[in-house]
Design a protein around this ligand. Structure first.
Ligand code: TRP
Length: 455
């Protein structure tokens, strides 16, 4: 049934459009909110090192896998597994991916709402209307959280209703370079502040004794989250990709752009954390455990803008939170696009209604989270840290042993003609069939063992 084309599927207008949309999906709160917080709570440089290894050794090959599955099948994740093999199990992996996407989007919307509300917080601080500012900045206030989550979901739904090239492509083009520029300026500013040294040292000089299973799992989860892998977002985006484009090159660019922005964000935020600590803000408890919750950067960065002061502080504050909101938006649209494309393809519902109903359904979960922000950590751990690598593992197994790497290489050939005999093709085959699944499997099994069977 899934093979009968019903609704015309969209296409990217240009190669740049696809790369920008995929990079837009990757670059988001994961880079600027999640990565620095994870790095700070897992010993800084040791985490950075393992994270980089996970991105290049696991993330990059899995991204190529997802792109080739998507472009070859021209389907949503569930339909893709169904159309490339007769195996009955793998469509369930697609469904698991859709579920992970739904759950990740539900809390992501709340945090994206904080980003958006801070644009206004900055303005009210400048206007010296401190009561309004602190009312809006109160993360414990479920009503404020809910209002901004609703606004954010409304924007996401609006863009997804616009369709592939019209909505997604246009939204990304300007914002990526702008975010990069402002991030560089802020990082340079922070690095010249007194007290930045300790943060830089912790971020760049690894203490190898910090590396344990918990850190490795966190770094792997972060790599999948940040690169938007493991739940079919890149399968879906790949399904709109033309045959002329070079998949390996696109995946390389997206990985580098994403890792580069995360690295930069760490260089900005870790020193900021240690500067705040030097000023008496309590960040670690007596045992050295990270105290700060998910709201950390939303408390520290406004301090930084206040320190810049006056109109400069206002300008940077408003610009930074606006750009971060747009970066978050290009990520939420990729998260919503997965369940929406599933509903469009498999249940033959029109894009406009599919986007609306699926979006509203997810918003209900976001509203529950708005009033119970403690849920964020649990959902994030279950669906990002465990769920995404598990999805990635199954994608590798599917590609390597069910669909077969030879077929994937045939697909990659479009846009990369002589790929077949390259070192890249050989290395990629080994990684997808052996290295990636094995590493992911070992880390997941160790985690389950540590959590449930060892006392
Ligand atoms: N990668 C995005 C970020 O870093 C979040 C995201 C978008 C995502 N789409 C995804 C995470 C799909 C996992 C899967 O903010």
């Amino acid at each position: 049934m899934a093979d009968i084309p019903t609704t015309p599927r969209g296409n990217w207008d240009s190669k740049l459009g696809f790369i920008l949309a995929a990079a837009g999906s990757a670059v988001g709160l994961g880079n600027i909110w999640r990565f620095p917080t994870e790095a700070a709570s897992n010993g800084g440089a040791a985490f950075l090192l393992i994270y980089l290894a996970c991105c290049f050794l696991i993330g990059f090959p899995v991204m190529i896998a997802e792109m080739s599955i998507g472009r070859s099948s021209k389907k949503n994740p569930v339909g893709a597994f169904r159309s490339l093999s007769t195996n009955k199990f793998f469509p369930l992996v697609g469904i698991w991916g859709v579920l992970c996407g739904v759950m990740i989007l539900s809390f992501y919307t709340v945090i994206a709402g904080w980003t958006f509300s801070h644009v206004f917080v900055e303005i009210f601080v400048y206007a010296e209307m401190f009561e309004v500012a602190s009312f809006l900045a109160d993360f414990e206030n479920g009503y404020v959280n809910a209002v901004f989550a609703i606004l954010f979901m409304a924007c996401t739904i609006g863009i997804i209703r616009g369709g592939v090239s019209n909505g997604i492509e246009r939204a990304t083009k300007l914002m990526m370079p702008m975010l990069l520029i402002i991030l560089v300026i802020m990082t340079v500013y922070v690095l010249f502040q007194p007290g930045a040294g300790e943060g830089i040292e912790i971020y760049l000089y690894p203490d190898f004794s910090m590396i344990d299973m918990e850190l490795i799992l966190a770094a792997m989860g972060q790599a999948f989250f940040s690169l938007s892998l493991g739940m079919g977002a890149i399968i879906t985006y790949g399904s709109y990709l033309g045959k002329k484009e070079n998949i390996a090159e696109a995946a390389g660019f997206v990985t580098l752009a994403d890792v580069g922005i995360a690295f930069l964000a760490g260089l900005l935020i870790l020193p900021t954390i240690y500067m705040a600590q030097a000023e008496g803000v309590q960040i670690f408890d007596a045992e050295g455990n990270f105290l700060a919750g998910p709201a950390l950067i939303f408390q520290l960065l406004p301090e930084l803008f206040a320190q810049m002061g006056g109109i400069t502080g206002l300008l940077f504050g408003v610009l930074f939170f606006s750009l971060l909101s747009i970066a978050a938006l290009t990520s939420t649209i990729s998260l919503l696009e997965v369940p929406v494309s599933y509903v469009i393809d498999e249940h033959k519902i029109k894009r406009k209604s599919a986007a609306l109903y699926v979006g509203l359904g997810i918003l209900v979960i976001s509203l529950i989270i708005s009033f119970n922000t403690a849920l964020i950590d649990t959902i994030d751990f279950t669906f990002s840290v465990i769920g995404l690598p598990l999805g990635g593992l199954l994608i590798c197994i599917f590609l390597g042993y069910v669909w077969k790497t030879e077929n994937a290489i045939e697909e990659i050939k479009h846009g990369y003609e002589n790929v077949k005999d390259t070192f890249f093709a050989k290395a990629w085959t080994v990684f997808v069939k052996f290295v990636c699944p094995l590493i992911i499997l070992i880390i997941l099994i160790q985690t389950i063992y540590n959590n449930y069977f060892s006392s």
